[in-house]
Write a protein that binds this ligand. Structure first.
Ligand SMILES: [Zn+2]
Length: 83
């Protein structure tokens, strides 16, 4: 049974790392400057981000659903200071 738990923990760590890498890459590509007023698309699923969300959180890179997934993943790993 320990093997299954180890595998699950390893996979969870990989998923969290992928999410962090994705957000970091997106942040870097933003710094390169493509803020040209196009409809913002979620960097994870590609859906258009709700304009109301962009108004509340200018610079948001993910839709509400993906952001919630990331936060839940990070919280489950103990990254409580993630914003
Ligand atoms: Zn999304």
């Amino acid at each position: 049974m320990a093997d299954i738990i180890d595998l699950a923990q390893k996979r969870t760590a990989e998923i969290v790392q992928e999410a962090i890498d994705l957000v970091r890459r997106a942040a870097r590509s933003d710094a390169d400057g493509d803020a040209d007023g196009e409809d913002p698309a979620c960097r994870i699923c590609g859906d258009t981000i709700d304009p109301r969300r962009m108004k509340l959180m200018p610079g948001a890179m993910t839709c509400v659903d993906c952001q919630r997934d990331i936060e839940q993943e990070l919280k489950s790993k103990g990254y409580s200071n993630w914003t």
